[in-house]
Design a protein around this ligand. Structure first.
Ligand code: HEM
Length: 140
């Protein structure tokens, strides 16, 4: 994550602002609950395994490290490149928007300070755009 003037993105500041592992777990639970609920997300929901428990755990672990906390994904599953991991999937602008919609509503449901909520969503659009590029064959 890029640092901003509030200091998010520096050290473990974003991890703390997100409520550490418990807060990230709540965020990811809300995110996948939205994916199951929102009609706009039906297509990306269908790309996931029927049982979302592993997906919930993996995204929680990934975000822990990405936000500057413990690198739980790497420790448990090894290295991952987000664009490369998704490139076998059919993810275009509509799928990215659906993913970000689930995330936007999940973030809004957390007790985050407004500047952090805005920062987090803005930062997540960066890898989301890279996923779209990779799926179009443009990025490894
Ligand atoms: C752009 C829209 C995105 C869509 C439609 C999407 C969709 C998916 C799908 C379908 C899977 C499950 C694949 C499977 O189990 O076979 C998955 C896994 C995952 N996604 Fe995404 N994704 C998107 C963006 C992102 C972003 C931006 C991140 C990180 C910030 C991310 C992190 C992950 C992680 C960590 C996994 C689990 C990897 C693993 O199985 O080891 N995704 N995603």
């Amino acid at each position: 994550m890029k640092a901003n003037e509030q200091g998010y993105g520096v050290g473990s500041n974003s991890y703390q602002a997100a409520g550490e592992l418990a807060g990230i777990t709540r965020l990811v639970d809300a995110f996948y609950d939205n994916m199951e609920r929102l009609p706009e997300a039906a297509r990306i929901r269908a790309m996931h395994p029927q049982d979302l428990s592993e997906s919930r755990k993996k995204l929680t672990y990934f975000l822990s490290g990405w936000l500057g906390g413990p690198r739980l994904y790497r420790q448990n599953y090894g290295a991952i490149t987000i664009p490369g991991f998704h490139r076998h999937l059919e993810i275009g602008v509509a799928e990215r928007d659906a993913w970000l919609l689930c995330m936007e509503q999940a973030i809004a449901a957390q007790p985050y300070a407004a500047p952090f909520a805005e920062y987090l969503l803005a930062q997540l659009t960066i890898p989301a755009d890279r996923v779209v590029q990779a799926c179009a064959g443009g990025e490894p």
